[in-house]
Design a protein around this ligand. Structure first.
Ligand code: SAM
Ligand code: SF4
Length: 587
């Protein structure tokens, strides 16, 4: 039963509540009341009233209140964050949402986080834009071309929105991620293409932003956070086969490379607590996921300081000859600790990580990669340039020599390691000689895979303010093509070394090339295409079965190109450990 005598102090004056409090106190008091003079007893009564009465914060709406206070009850405390909105205002009411994801794997993971948040609020997901009530573009700002793609798409979507029948729920269009952060008001005002804008740290606010948009207004939140890691949001993994998943372990970047917009769009570096990462990987393992890629803008700068006992005063170790543009911070659990724990969860689950920075590869990390069978022997080592002069202008914190020394160290500790890299052609001030140095670095390192880009000037960056974008577009393009040619040539040589060798392949599904073929990836992350067929569970087995996505198969190289490798399939295998055994038996 509700107590109708409850005091509502907001509507009472001091004089009004005083008698009520004194009455209540008397009724509750079990002590005999002593007889005093009138004045004394009045003063005592007043003191008692003050001592037992409500405190100042009781009159302040929403203040934190000590629950021991006699008449303060929960229904007087306003815990509703948005008291002015009806209770179910953030509900999706089964509206359909369609995500379109552009750019890097971080954006794939952001999509999963945003979807997880909306799904809990009752939204339904669709992959058909025509069916969607809400279309959300998860965007990339890294190069101008990436942004241009989004502008074009926004215009198409707006035309679609206008054509939509009046009898249907009006379509809402939102931009999430880096472009939302970088262009903010421009996106909202220019051409009025948008209903919702949410920066990379504002996805928790999406249900509210959408509810404002459904009410007919534009809504935006582009605040960056020093803490947000979405540690408690279990992303809904949406890979078509469901056998590989991305797990975000840190966000943001403190490096401030002179060409890069990421520190401005994704904010400061912060790491997700190790316990929540381990929990997510455990769940994925139970769901049958066979490959996890740990994600972050600088994934190997990981540093979890959430558990105080690990906060020593030791600064983190860098690769030899490397430095940071910021002061290395002490303490915390480092990438090696995390990798160690994650790889122990399920020995049959492959572990990869991207995108690392070359500065954070101390021997400890390399040794662990070598020793753990399920940590893939594949390292992405973005060089950006082969010229020390350009590297200095890029503020990368290493020279050509230090980078090559690191490559030697990696190859010595992890023989057969597969290396990949990022390069930028035509950065500010890059000469032909600098470019030749990059070509020679590619030849010297012999990467398996490369990601090559022409330099794209970004506002806000150090290069935008201080350097000249002085390499003409056609020169950037020509140099880019030369880098691509050199990469192809070297990758072909490196991959030829695989001919006749046995590789463990995690099957992804049907090859895009033909329904007769399947595709998967080897430990070095090379794409593998092989004929669909039935194979034995063990070399001695006579019984055969079809190969399914998520299976590991042992295959022998038959043919290769620079990007894809075709194999003959040997047989199914259960696990990474099996593979170590099989290698001893069959190669
Ligand atoms: N954190 C990683 C590192 O330290 O190398 C790279 C992550 S960054 C998001 C991905 C790649 O985009 C970079 O390695 C660089 O090659 C490329 N990139 C970044 N800014 C660029 C720009 N303004 N123009 C062209 N490419 C750029
Ligand atoms: Fe960009 Fe450099 Fe940070 Fe990589 S390390 S995200 S290139 S600023």
């Amino acid at each position: 039963m509700r107590n109708t005598n409850r005091l509502r102090p907001i509507f009472l004056t001091f004089e009004q509540w005083l008698p009520r409090w004194s009455l209540q106190h008397r009724l509750c008091c079990s002590k005999p009341v002593s007889v005093h003079s009138n004045e004394e007893s009045r003063a005592d009564k007043f003191k008692t009233q003050i001592a037992t009465g409500p405190r100042f914060h009781y009159f302040v709406k929403g203040a934190s209140i000590n629950k021991q206070q006699p008449v303060i009850t929960d229904d007087l405390i306003d815990t509703d964050k948005h008291a002015y909105l009806p209770e179910d205002s953030e509900s999706g009411n089964s509206r359909t949402v369609c995500f379109e994801t552009y750019g890097c794997q971080m954006n794939v993971n952001d999509t999963e986080i945003a979807w997880s948040i909306l799904q809990k609020k009752g939204y339904q997901r669709t992959s058909d834009v025509a069916e969607a009530d809400v279309v959300l573009l998860v965007t990339c700002s890294i190069r101008e071309k990436a942004e241009q793609t989004i502008w074009n798409r926004l215009r198409q979507l707006t035309a679609m929105k206008k054509r939509r029948l009046k009898t249907r729920v009006p379509m809402k269009i939102g931009v999430l991620g880096c472009m939302a952060e970088r262009l903010k008001s421009e996106l909202l005002e220019r051409e009025k293409l948008l209903d919702v804008l949410a920066g990379p740290d504002a996805y928790r606010d999406l249900p509210r932003l959408l509810s404002v948009a459904h009410g007919g207004q534009q809504a935006s939140n582009v605040l960056l956070s020093l803490e947000e890691t979405y540690a408690d949001v279990m992303p809904v993994h949406h890979s078509p086969q469901g056998y590989s998943a991305f797990v975000s372990i840190m966000r943001g970047c403190d490096n401030m490379c002179s060409y890069c917009i990421v520190p401005f769009t994704r904010g400061r570096e912060r790491s997700r607590p190790v316990s929540s990462i381990l929990e997510e990987v455990h769940i994925l393992s139970e769901q049958g996921v066979k490959e996890v890629t740990l994600l972050g803008q600088n994934v190997n700068s990981y540093r979890d300081t959430s558990e105080e006992q690990f906060c020593s005063s030791e600064p983190g170790q860098l690769s030899r000859g490397f430095r940071t543009v910021y002061r290395a911070r002490p303490g915390g659990l480092r990438f090696a600790d995390l990798l160690d724990r994650v790889s122990l969860i399920d020995p049959d689950m492959r572990i990869r990580f991207t995108s690392p920075h070359p500065k954070d590869f101390p021997d400890e990390v390399l040794q662990l990669i070598k020793e753990r069978a399920n940590i893939c022997k594949q390292i992405h080592l973005p060089a950006q340039s082969g010229s020390s002069t350009v590297l200095q202008a890029m503020r990368r914190g290493y020279s050509r020599e230090a980078y090559l020394e690191l490559v030697d160290n990696i190859k010595r500790i992890i023989p057969g390691v597969s290396l990949s890299s990022d390069f930028i052609s035509g950065f500010c001030g890059e000469t032909e000689e600098d470019h030749l140095q990059t070509l020679s670095l590619i030849r010297e390192v012999r990467y398996n895979v490369g990601f090559l880009f022409a330099y794209s000037m970004r506002k806000k960056t150090h290069a935008f303010h201080r350097l000249q974008d002085d390499v003409p577009a056609e020169v950037k393009q020509r140099r880019l093509e030369e880098l691509i040619c050199m990469f192809r040539e070297e990758a072909t040589k490196v991959n030829s070394a695989l001919i006749g060798r046995t590789q463990l392949v995690l099957v992804e599904g049907e090859s895009k090339r033909s329904a007769q073929d399947l595709c998967g990836r080897n430990d070095g992350n090379l794409k593998v295409i092989f004929p669909r067929q039935e194979v034995a569970g063990q070399p001695t087995d006579t019984h055969t079965s079809p190969i399914n996505p998520g299976d590991y198969v042992l295959v022998k190289v038959h043919f290769h190109s620079a990007v894809a490798v075709s194999y003959d399939v040997f047989y199914h295998t259960e696990s990474q450990q099996d593979f170590s055994l099989s290698i001893i038996l069959y190669v």
